[in-house]
Write a protein that binds this ligand. Structure first.
Ligand code: DP6
Length: 347
């Protein structure tokens, strides 16, 4: 027989950024981070995992129709071997279960958005891979327990295993067992939250996150301060803002943390630039909208690429999304988007 499980995983966009590793092999972060999970309607990875004695001996993975070389991806191998050993434990405890752990896996994955465009594709990708194989193996582990495995695929992936507002606790232990994601609030807690993604470029990013992080950790003087005091204070403050559904506070922390993250990139040696002129036009527009309205109605954030994500509340969508589309959409070069996105409460 062929055993099979299919799943989807959402993209998440951090408002407190993960940037820096304290352990590269286990993928342990230097600081905690917090993200908002986006709706899967327009951004998701769809993954099918199957296994069978009829498959070729080695595990295979294809992404958007292209075969990937698993043997050279330590991260994928780490995720699969963790999942296999959990399945082995189940099979050892119950001999009536089929021995799926000895069969080779075929994993087929597809994104409905540009891969590696700074759109957190690795987050949805590894979250979907881990979830699909965990479902195939009928593992009893919770999303938080599985986040330990997904983290080894890509740090941000651990936050895509759950919906709503998700924190990745950096943990203190050397083995990483306390470095995992947990839900801070479900999407239904603050269902008015919206995100607009402005796809400035669908090109592959200049400096991959892992490499960029290593440069920043090793060379930026600003970085140490970010890790020691800036991020811990912001984590506490943004969790309170989410609890109180205080948009102006949520927005200011989000924008400041994006700016601090990109400042540590600029402070790296050699400096790293992810934002471009179009990104900066989006920053100015958000500040202009907020000051014209006289209250904070929107916030920008940028990952390791030029694309802007703008958070706002549903009641302000005509104002924020309408203005952003009209102004940025009409006068920019190389504009690939924009497209709308709602949060995870809408599936
Ligand atoms: C800027 O999760 O892609 O998007 O762990 O090396 O795979 P690896 O890095 P990755 O880094 C994401 C960095 C970020 C911020 C964030 O998502 O928190």
């Amino acid at each position: 027989p062929v055993y099979r499980a299919t799943t989807t995983a959402p993209v998440n966009i951090a408002v407190i950024k993960y940037w820096g590793k304290r352990d590269v092999t286990l993928n342990l972060p230097t600081n905690p981070s917090l993200s908002v999970t986006l709706s899967q309607r327009s951004l998701r990875t769809l993954t099918t995992a199957s296994c069978s004695a009829k498959f070729p001996k080695d595990d295979t993975l294809s992404l958007n129709g292209k075969p990937q070389d698993i043997s050279s991806s330590k991260r994928t191998l780490a995720c699969l071997s963790n999942l296999r050993s959990l399945r082995q434990q189940l099979e050892a405890a119950d001999s009536s279960l089929p021995k799926l752990s000895v069969l080779s896996l075929r994993i087929v994955s597809e994104n409905n958005f540009p891969t590696a465009a700074g759109l957190a594709s690795s987050a949805a990708g590894f979250a979907a891979l881990v979830r699909a194989v965990a479902d195939l193996y009928q593992l009893p582990q919770s999303a938080t327990e599985l986040s330990r495995i997904a983290r080894q695929g890509s740090g941000s992936a651990c936050r895509s295993l759950m919906g709503g507002y998700v924190a990745w606790r950096s943990g203190d232990l050397a083995d990483g067992s306390d470095s995992l994601a947990e839900e801070v609030a479900p999407a239904s807690h603050w269902p008015e939250m919206r995100a607009l993604i402005l796809v400035v470029s669908a090109e592959k990013k200049d400096v991959p996150s892992t490499e960029g992080m290593q440069t920043t950790v090793g060379t930026s003087e600003l970085f140490a301060r970010r890790v020691e005091s800036v991020v811990p204070e912001r984590m506490a403050a943004i969790e309170a803002a989410i609890r109180d559904r205080d948009f102006p506070k949520f927005a200011e922390i989000t924008m400041r943390d994006s700016n601090t993250f990109h400042a540590t990139c600029l402070d790296s040696w050699p400096p790293i630039f992810y934002m471009n002129d179009v990104s900066r036009a989006a920053v100015r527009l958000v500040h202009d909208i907020n000051s014209a309205v006289g209250r904070t109605v929107c916030a920008y954030t940028f990952d390791a690429g030029p694309n802007a994500v703008i958070y706002y509340e549903e009641k302000d969508s005509a104002l924020v999304a309408g203005t952003a589309k009209a102004i940025l959409g009409s006068n920019t070069e190389g504009w690939g988007g924009p497209f709308y996105e709602t949060l995870a409460n809408v599936t």
